[in-house]
Design a protein around this ligand. Structure first.
Ligand code: SF4
Length: 224
């Protein structure tokens, strides 16, 4: 007789119910960063560290009109890039990293961003989060990037119990089917931006409040 799969625990059911709510709420969401190519996406993601996506888009519009691909960026000195990106924060480091990455991509990969986590993480300015964004958004490969929003929201909702983005990534990947990893990254980011802010989360407007172990009590008697 075939073995019966054990029934999911109430805790597992709650997590799956939360994910279903997030999927329904944010099903048409994606990245807010504008780009015309995988290389441009990489530049935008590097610029987005400690800078919001709208500001990155304001910067990359004129920047990509002037320098469109890895070859064009590889020919620059970081100091030439700095004036374009100075409103993005940490711009001196970002300029160095973008030009350094462009040179490697131009010289070693024929101008094409590699679709490989190790090779991506060997590029200057590219950590695991950025590599995962590139794999999922840039190449449509299964990867779940954990940024500050994903880390906070996943832990508040009890989808993860972790101190590090790596642990959160592993716990979320164990919970979510592989084909939804990339989408789940966007659900959690948009929930963090719109509702579950770092300071003063809007629990009264949160569609998952009834299932959230971190929901703040509401003035109207707890209804959310
Ligand atoms: S109920 Fe509050 S803490 Fe929980 S996910 Fe919603 S906004 Fe965040």
């Amino acid at each position: 007789m075939p073995c019966k799969k054990p029934a999911p625990s109430p805790a597992d059911r709650r997590k799956q119910d939360i994910l279903a709510i997030l999927e329904e709420t944010y099903k048409n969401s994606g990245t807010a960063l504008r780009s015309q190519s995988v290389f441009q996406l990489l530049v935008a993601v590097i610029l987005s560290a400690q800078c919001n996506d709208n500001q990155v888009n304001r910067v990359t519009g004129p920047l990509f009109a002037q320098y469109a691909d890895a070859a064009a960026f590889a020919a620059l000195e970081p100091a030439q890039l700095e004036p374009y990106i100075s409103s993005c924060g940490l711009y001196k480091n970002k300029a160095k990293n973008i030009v350094g990455a462009a040179r490697i991509i131009h010289n070693e990969y024929g101008g094409q961003v590699p679709a490989d986590r190790e090779k991506l993480m060997a590029l200057p300015g590219v950590g695991r989060k950025t590599a995962n964004v590139m794999l999922s958004v840039g190449f449509g490969l299964p990867a779940l990037a954990v940024d500050t929003h994903v880390q906070r929201v996943a832990n508040r909702l009890g989808l993860a119990q972790s101190k590090t983005p790596e642990q959160t990534e592993a716990q979320l990947c164990a919970l979510i089917p592989e084909e939804k990893w990339g989408d789940a990254h966007h659900w959690l980011i948009w929930h963090g931006r719109k509702i579950c802010a770092a300071q003063r989360p809007k629990c009264g407007q949160c569609p998952a409040a009834a299932l959230c172990p971190s929901a703040l009590p509401q003035k109207d008697g707890g209804k959310a």
